[in-house]
Every structure is written in structure tokens, then in C-alpha cells.
Design a protein around this ligand. Structure first.
Ligand SMILES: Cc1ncc(COP(=O)(O)O)c(C=O)c1O
Length: 437
């Protein structure tokens, strides 16, 4: 085991963490293998959320580690501006082969947040290139999570993530979220709620469709509770977008790479967006990487609008398409293909959903939602929202199960390599722990 000299936790300001509480009673992960983490006390913890929905092929994959090490020794870094290296073009080709229709152009960043802000900027660049620079507005949704950069914060629909940061980016309107009390405990796509897509039409009526650049949604709202789209909802968004020339962007940062049983949720739901953001499982989380897939027409419009020989899009990151991330992505995509993990997710999903939905008789659970290998379990909140969820998360961890909580909702998303016995283990502990709160 690697030993580090630090004997204090004080210097690191931890992200999205109750720093004081954590530092008083830390949960340090020191090892990961397959379905499991080990903490600093040597205890084994099953990973029921694939880290943060990203370690889909399980922890500690030697194929990825070896590919990254080899790449770093061969070419550790090359500037991505006006220079290139072969691996990034190969990742782009492989990803384009997985995306639906003509979403064939891939722009790289290093995270979901960067992918989201990149997609917003591409939408602006596209409309400017078309001479429609008046399209400055964006539409997203309440209970959306689109990362933490200023664009993504503006598009997100979580009060806690926004309230501190003022007005952020102007011109963003939020549709209502799709959680409806009458859909409680609905497995898969709920029957009711397609009409919530009419909120987009209302913004068209209010602002003029010709002023809206794009509508961005997570096909399944992930971080805020696994809100599965009602039947007909995404189809209706697509229709309204088509009618008014609004780009439809799917944020597939969680849904992408097999989580819904197909490469992307766009394919699971049969609705094709104009751009897709992705990150997380693209490298099995072994290296940071985010990307945006863009339709042919959008790419060509922006490229063709610039003078010959000139840079077409003034955007990019020092680490766009970093060689190590690309090596990790290629090794990961090989694993997905060789092990048929997207198909495996589709096969395992009914067992997984049945096991999770069987928990609905537990008193402390007020709702369960799920699709593919994703499920949200709402714990009935106490007087202060989120406190009970935090308490349950800690109890589960102590009982040997890691589940990511957002507020009072546990987000269960086991690796796609899970066995049925792993799912049983997770659900047994959830029942024990939640049965006792
Ligand atoms: C849908 C969605 N978009 C964007 C992000 C942000 O990704 P990152 O944390 O890699 O910046 C997340 C992270 O959970 C996400 O779920």
C-alpha cells in the first residue's frame, strides 16, 4: 500500500463535502478492486454507485492502467492547439461509431462540466455562424445537474448549487422537473407527465422560438434523484425544438456508455438530440475526460463560416484529448466491447430493478424510480431536508455499502460488471439499514 507523509486532513478543502464532519470522522478509500473499495481501516465496502456513476467496468482494471502507463512513457503530453496526436482521433472515431445518427464530431474536455459549457458555446457559435446571433437564450430544467462551471451552474436546477453564486449566466429558463407524486414507485418510464414538455412551448410563446439557442436536458435526471422521463416527454421536446429550430442537447454524462442498456440513453429512448455531452464512464473514471458529440450540420456550419486557414472555434482546454485520458478511453471502450457490457446492462436491468423496487415496503422509503442500471431511492426526509439522507449514507457505509446520496435520495448505480449476488448484497444491506432508521 502506498504510504503518504500527510498526517493532517486540514489542508484540503474538499468538494461537495461537509468538511468539518468528514475531517472529524473520515471515510478514506485506500483501494479499489472489482466491485469493492477498502477503507483505511481495512474494511471492505461494495460500490453500489460505481463511484459517481463512472466506474462501470469495475475498479482496478489492469488493461486501463497498462494502457495509460504505456502512453505516458511514449507521449506524455502534446499541445492540442494546432497540434495533434493519434490517440485522440481514434477515441473520436470510436465514440462517433457509438453515437446515434450523424453525431459524428467529437470535441474533448476533461469533465462533464467542461462538456456542458463546451456544448453551450458550440450552440452559440453555430447560431452566430448561421447569422442567427439573436438566439442567446437557453432552456433547461428544475432538478437538472449540469456540472459546476458558470454555464452548467446556470443550467442546473438545484437551489443549493445556485443560491451562493448570484445571477450566473443570463437568459436561462427552467422547465418544471418531471417528478410527479402520482408516478411514485413507477418502474421504468412513468405513464404520466409528457405534458410537462409543454413548458418549452411556453418559453417559445414568451420569448419567441427564434431567440432560443438550445434546450438541454439529462435524458434521465441523474444526480438529483434518477427522474426517468415520462413516456412521450423527450419525443415532445424534440418536436418543439424541430419546429422552432432550437437545438436539443442531451447531457449524457451519467446515462452514456451503457448505463441505460444501450450506448446512450438517446438510443434507449429513441430520441436523437443535436448534441450530446458525455464524461465519467468514457474512461471508466481512470482518467478525467469529457466530450461533446455534435451533428454533422453543426460542425460544418461552424467550420465553413470561418475564413480558410483560420481557427474556426475559439475554445479548448490545455488538456483537451490528453494522451493519458485517450489511452484510458480506448482501453475502456475495448472492455465495453469485449465484455459486451452495454448488452449485459440491458440483461441485468430487470433483475436489478426488481431487487430495488422490492424495497418499497420499507417504511423509511417514500419513492423509488429506476431505469436500466440506475435507481433512485427516496428516504422520507426529516425536519431538515438532506440530514436524514446524510445519516443513512453514513450508516450504509458503516454496514459495508457505498451509495451516493443527493439530499435524501440514494442513487444506486452498480458497475455494469455486477453479478446478481452483488445486487442481492446491496439490497439486503439497504433493507437492514433503512429498516432500522
Ligand atoms: C448530467 C451531468 N452533467 C454534468 C456533470 C458534471 O460532471 P463533472 O463532475 O465531471 O464536471 C454531471 C456530474 O455528475 C452530471 O451528472
Amino acid at each position: 500500500m502506498t504510504q503518504y507523509a500527510a498526517n493532517t486532513l486540514e489542508n484540503q478543502w474538499m468538494p461537495f463535502t461537509a468538511n468539518r464532519e468528514f475531517k472529524a470522522d473520515p471515510r478514506l478509500l485506500v483501494r479499489g478492486q472489482g466491485m469493492y473499495y477498502w477503507n483505511h481501516k481495512g474494511e471492505k465496502i461494495i460500490d453500489a454507485s460505481s463511484g459517481l456513476f463512472c466506474v462501470s467496468a469495475g475498479h482496478g482494471r489492469p488493461e486501463i492502467a497498462e494502457a495509460v502507463g504505456k502512453q505516458l512513457l511514449e507521449l506524455d503530453y502534446g499541445p492540442p492547439f494546432q497540434m495533434g496526436h493519434p490517440a485522440s482521433f481514434e477515441v473520436a472515431r470510436r465514440v462517433a461509431a457509438l453515437t446515434p445518427d450523424d453525431l459524428n464530431h467529437i470535441f474533448f474536455g476533461n469533465s462533464g462540466s467542461e462538456a456542458v459549457d463546451t456544448a453551450l458555446k458550440i450552440a452559440m457559435a453555430y447560431y452566430r455562424a448561421r447569422g442567427e446571433g439573436q438566439r442567446q437564450r437557453f432552456v433547461s430544467r428544475e432538478r437538472a445537474y449540469h456540472g459546476v462551471n458558470i454555464g452548467g451552474t446556470s443550467m442546473s436546477g438545484l437551489m443549493k448549487n445556485r443560491e451562493t453564486f448570484g445571477a450566473v449566466m443570463p437568459g436561462v429558463s427552467h422547465m418544471r422537473h418531471t417528478w410527479l407524486p402520482e408516478n411514485r414507485f413507477a418502474k421504468g418510464q412513468p405513464e404520466r407527465g409528457a405534458e410537462l414538455a409543454e413548458d418549452l412551448q411556453r418559453f417559445v410563446d414568451l420569448f419567441g422560438g427564434h431567440t432560443i439557442a438550445a434546450c438541454m436536458v439529462e435524458p434521465i435526471a441523474g444526480s438529483t434523484g434518477i427522474l426517468v422521463p415520462p413516456k412521450g416527454y423527450l419525443e415532445r421536446l424534440r418536436e418543439i425544438c424541430d419546429h422552432h429550430g432550437i437545438l436539443l442537447i442531451f447531457d449524457e454524462v451519467i446515462c452514456g456508455f451503457g448505463r441505460t442498456g444501450k450506448a446512450f440513453a438517446a438510443q434507449s429512448f429513441g430520441v436523437t438530440p443535436d448534441m450530446m455531452t458525455m464524461a465519467k464512464a468514457i474512461t471508466n473514471a481512470a482518467q478525467p475526460m469529457g466530450a461533446v458529440a455534435v451533428r454533422e450540420g453543426i460542425y460544418e456550419t461552424v467550420i465553413d463560416a470561418a475564413p480558410e486557414g483560420a481557427i474556426e472555434l475559439f475554445h479548448g482546454y490545455t488538456y483537451s484529448g490528453h494522451p493519458a485520458a485517450c489511452a484510458a478511453a480506448l482501453a475502456t471502450l475495448d472492455i465495453y466491447e469485449k465484455e459486451g457490457l452495454f448488452e449485459r446492462a440491458a440483461e441485468l436491468s430487470p433483475y436489478f430493478l426488481d431487487a430495488v423496487f422490492a424495497l418499497q415496503d420499507v417504511d423509511a422509503i417514500s419513492d423509488i424510480r429506476g431505469y436500466g442500471m440506475l435507481a433512485g431511492i427516496d428516504v422520507a426526509p426529516g425536519p431538515i431536508p438532506g440530514v436524514r439522507g446524510q445519516d443513512v449514507m453514513k450508516r450504509l457505509f458503516e454496514a459495508g455499502v457505498y451509495i451516493k446520496f443527493t439530499g435524501d435520495c440514494g442513487l444506486v448505480a452498480p458497475p455494469l460488471v455486477s453479478e446478481k449476488s452483488d445486487i442481492d448484497e446491496i439490497c439486503t444491506v439497504i433493507r437492514e439499514v433503512l429498516g432500522a432508521v
